[in-house]
Design a protein around this ligand. Sequence first.
Ligand SMILES: [Zn+2]
Length: 333
Amino acid sequence: MEMMKTGIAYHGNRMVSHFRDDIRDIIAHNCTYVVHMFSENDYMRHRQVLKDLVRITHEHGLEAWIDSWGMGRIFAGEVSGWLNEYPDSRQVLNTGKSVGMTCLYSRDYRLALQDWAKAAIATEAEMVFWDEPRLYFSSSAGGGEPVWGCRCARCQARYRDTYGYAMPTELTEDVMEFRHQSALDFFREMTDFVQARGSRNSLCLMPSTDARFGDRNWDDFAALPAVDNLGTDPYWYGQSIGVQGYVADWSRRLLETCRRHGKDHHLWLQSFAVPAGREVEIVMAAETAYAAGIRNLAAWGFRGSDANDYRALRPEVAWQAVGEAFRRVLWRW
Ligand SMILES: [Zn+2]
């Protein structure tokens, strides 16, 4: 029988004594693993603390994942100061403006992120988790041309080499393919790096099929040899969609992709920005995903993301719903 896995995203606390209490709360809410954020600030300030958090997680019989949260700002979460010191690594938009996100072809950034990965692996977590990678994209409010990256000198030179003509400022089919290939090339190198050091890779892609973020073809990411686990996060609160249909659709799509490539999967539940009175939808989402075949569910995040501005309106109730959702999918026989 396939073992159900249930994970919880953990951040907002770096006091080891506090985590000793939290891990008991996490277990009481039926979690089998903890996704620890390892942001740039943590990387600079809390390397030993993260090792301690992972060790305590293991001591309680749970697995640990380490999340590339906010590193270079191409991942979800957190701010990054690294680009202040490496302005040449910034993405340049099609408008010519440079922004505080890294270009995926920046050699300096790839080396910096490899150093981060070494520190992540040194925590002895079971999984390195690459969290919602994205390229800059903003659709124009007035219905005009979208604004996107990256069109830096480095990318322009590579584009010309690949396609034989100058990189357009419009988001053409070739540009979309170039962006997609840049994300693939980047994660091929990063996941190979992690695998070569004996650890495993999980990659979470946002639930979209358009050209926005450079992840338009999930199959290409699932096919990367060192990607062990592929996930997605169909967050439904804040959108005018029904939770069950939305979660079922993305669960099926994820499972089909992972089956085609023989990879493990995971799917995120939303326990942040939960409106008061709609917490039960977390339970509905979990049961829907389970019925579709999902056997690895994670929730963002701990205690209804109480430590963030985007927390649930009633964090304690959302946390209770997560516990109930996980109880229903975990204790089956
Ligand atoms: Zn670039």
